[in-house]
Design a binder for this molecule. Structure first.
Ligand SMILES: [Zn+2]
Length: 423
């Protein structure tokens, strides 16, 4: 019997499928295996993929009456997935970025002069919900036109009980109203000014009041913590994550970003789903994460912008830790494009073009526990598909700094075309 389809994308020069990678994340040399079909095609019915194969095979299987989208000479991949985003904030900090990146002024000095995270906490707290939704929608639109169809979105830019609830409510609202799917995370991030020397007390508040309330309202799937010098220390981070787990949330951690804080080791101890940054993580802690089945998430933007030191991607991959890539969009530095992350990860972190695409699709899906639904082009999965105006996947680091995404499909619908949202 022939298969019914609404449309089929045919004649793709490369159709990247990641066939068979939905059960567990790809590691080591498995990350090189994109499951490419030359002259490939993918057919879609409603929000699902119904056929994948060579153009001839797919066309033979389909019942007449579907729309044909020609992808001759082009690259077709699963929708890109961004598993680490600080989504909801007001204001901008472009002056600070220049001060840090060009003039080499340390972050702590910027904070002393009245900038940094406290400024964002204040501005975000003062912004109306409408303003925040408007600003956030614009960020999501930019992500979408660059080929990102699912993200993980964190709160953490208000750091009051009411403020964090508001942030998570906005994330849940946008998940329903914007084409991009958002996975919500409560992040214990910034330290408000009034708590600067009382982080233990802030931790008590979070553990005893915030997390139970957020859980009661079912606002967050994950609990995450900024385990970092000047933010939450190891002991405080542990208390926050354990409270998150106690109230039914799964765990993520910001680990070893600015210094070797021990965040990755704590992440391993608690068996977090993802440990993110891993810039100063010793290899014994990478081994510990690996044993627990944690996924490492690399965030190349802060090293690219001002830190200068990247996670040791080659060594971490060679040791067998599965890894994903993410933008780390935040008030401190903004780049919504996963294409740009792939570029930096290849050129600066020495990952291969195959590894970065794996890290931005199927492994990113595993890092938010959605690999049964997204991250690969296989029958039954969500029809999240991107046609790139590029002949092959090696183009990401080669033709960079521009948007190669030509058509973006989310849940089987064309949502963006040539840099514009079309619905
Ligand atoms: Zn982050």
């Amino acid at each position: 019997m022939k298969i019914k389809a609404d449309f089929a994308i045919i004649n793709a020069n490369e159709l990247v499928t990641f066939k068979g990678a939905s059960k567990k994340p790809l590691i080591k040399e498995e990350m090189e295996n994109l499951g490419i079909i030359k002259n490939g095609a993918v057919a879609v019915k409603e929000d699902r993929i119904v056929a994948v194969g060579t153009t001839k095979d797919v066309l033979d299987k389909l019942e007449k009456g579907f729309e044909v989208i020609d992808a001759s000479g082009k690259l077709v991949t699963p929708g890109l997935i961004d598993p680490h985003v600080h989504l909801i904030f007001a204001g901008s900090r472009e002056d600070e970025l220049e001060a840090m990146a060009v003039k080499g002024i340390p972050y702590l000095e910027i904070k002393e002069r009245g900038g940094g995270m406290p400024t964002t906490l204040k501005k975000t707290g003062e912004a109306s919900t409408e303003e925040l939704i408007k600003k956030t929608s614009k960020i999501l639109d930019i992500m979408l036109i660059h080929g990102t169809t699912t993200i993980e979105a964190k709160s953490g830019y208000e750091m009051t009980l009411e403020g964090e609830i508001r942030q998570l409510e906005i994330i849940n609202f946008l998940n329903k109203t914007h084409p991009i799917d958002l996975v919500s995370t409560f992040l214990a991030q910034g330290i408000p000014k009034e708590y600067e020397n009382r982080i233990d007390e802030l931790t008590d508040e979070i553990v005893e009041k915030w997390i139970p309330e957020i859980a009661k309202r079912k606002l967050a799937e994950y609990c995450d913590v900024f385990c970092e010098k000047g933010y939450f220390n190891l002991d405080q981070s542990k208390r926050i994550l354990e409270a998150g787990r106690k109230y039914g949330m799964k765990l993520r951690i910001h680990a070893d970003w600015l210094v070797h804080s021990g965040g990755a080791k704590l992440g391993a101890e608690l068996g977090v789903v993802s440990a993110d940054h891993l810039i100063f993580t010793p290899m014994e802690d990478i081994e510990a994460l690996k044993k627990k089945g944690t996924i490492g998430v690399f965030l190349p933007t802060t090293p690219f912008c001002y830190l200068g030191v990247y996670a040791k991607a080659r060594e971490i991959i060679n040791r067998g830790l599965p890894v994903a890539l993410a933008t780390d969009v935040s008030a401190a530095n903004m780049c919504e494009s996963m294409q740009m992350m792939m570029t930096i990860a290849v050129l600066q972190m020495k990952m291969t073009t195959e590894e970065v695409l794996t890290a931005s699709t199927i492994n990113a899906a595993h890092s938010i526990e959605r690999a049964n639904e997204i991250g690969s082009l296989e029958e039954g999965k969500k029809a999240d598909i991107v046609i790139f105006d590029a002949p092959n996947h090696k183009f990401f680091p080669y033709h960079y700094g521009i948007n190669l995404a030509e058509k973006v499909f989310k849940n089987g619908r064309l949502v963006a075309e040539r840099g514009r949202r079309v619905m």
